[in-house]
Design a protein around this ligand. Structure first.
Ligand code: DX5
Ligand code: ZN
Length: 217
């Protein structure tokens, strides 16, 4: 069974102190950081882009930056995000007509390539492209905002991927917390994104440890 890793999302943290929040989360035992880039076109919200990541990279040196690109033109940001220090670049299948080429471009830029699908996108749509990617992200909320309710009906997508691709990294993202992480892990997810459940807690280190313990059992 693939080792479970916990990658908190800092979307709902104090963005006025992003570097400090990232340090706090990493010092709380996170395995990686999930950074939500939103452009106000692919999703109805706007966050931050590569200029912020570039500065963050200098402050949070060792952390693995899992870049969740909720953007309309993911091809445009590959080079800037790679130069800024992104480690993994997850674009949305719904935002490109050529996922295979985009995955190659991401890898050529030195990052791991990931493909994400929204709740309404069937798992069949992404299966042909899995061989070109390092990770598949299954959204368990409609992308755009933190703090939404976990969608358990997304689990068959995770189960299908785990059964079909035993070695694949499968990431779940959206509404994941202590009451839903076991469902995700049992379905086969091994990369656990959790935002509000971690950054909204007064003891993030306890939540992160519990998420990992539950996901590993
Ligand atoms: C939503 C983002 C998620 C979100 C997770 O569009 O992609 O990463 O921030 O936060 P929670 O766990 O609060 O749903
Ligand atoms: Zn995300």
């Amino acid at each position: 069974k693939k080792l479970a890793r916990v990658g908190p999302s800092i979307l709902n943290s104090d963005l006025s102190n992003l570097a400090g929040e990232c340090e706090r989360i990493m010092n709380s035992g996170a395995d990686y950081l999930h950074l939500d880039v939103m452009d106000g076109h692919f999703v109805p919200n706007l966050t931050f882009g590569h200029p912020i990541i570039k500065c963050l990279r200098h402050k949070v040196k060792e952390a693995f930056f899992d870049m969740h690109m909720m953007v309309a033109n993911p091809e445009a940001w590959v080079e800037p995000v790679a130069d800024a220090g992104g480690d993994q670049y997850i674009f949305h299948l719904e935002a490109t007509s050529d996922p295979k080429t985009l995955c190659r471009k991401i890898r050529e830029a030195g990052m791991k390539a990931g493909i994400g699908i929204k709740p309404k996108t069937p798992i069949e749509a992404v299966v042909p492209h899995v061989p070109h990617a390092d990770v598949i992200l299954i959204m368990t909320v409609e992308p755009g905002f933190g703090g939404q309710k976990f969608m358990a009906d997304m689990m068959p997508k995770v189960e299908f991927l785990r059964k079909t691709f035993p070695e694949l990294d499968i990431e779940v993202d959206g509404g994941v917390g202590l009451d839903s992480v076991q469902t995700c892990a049992q379905a086969g997810a091994n990369m656990i994104v959790s935002g509000t459940a971690v950054t909204g807690s007064s003891e993030p280190q306890v939540v992160i440890a519990e998420l990992r313990r539950t996901a590993q059992e």
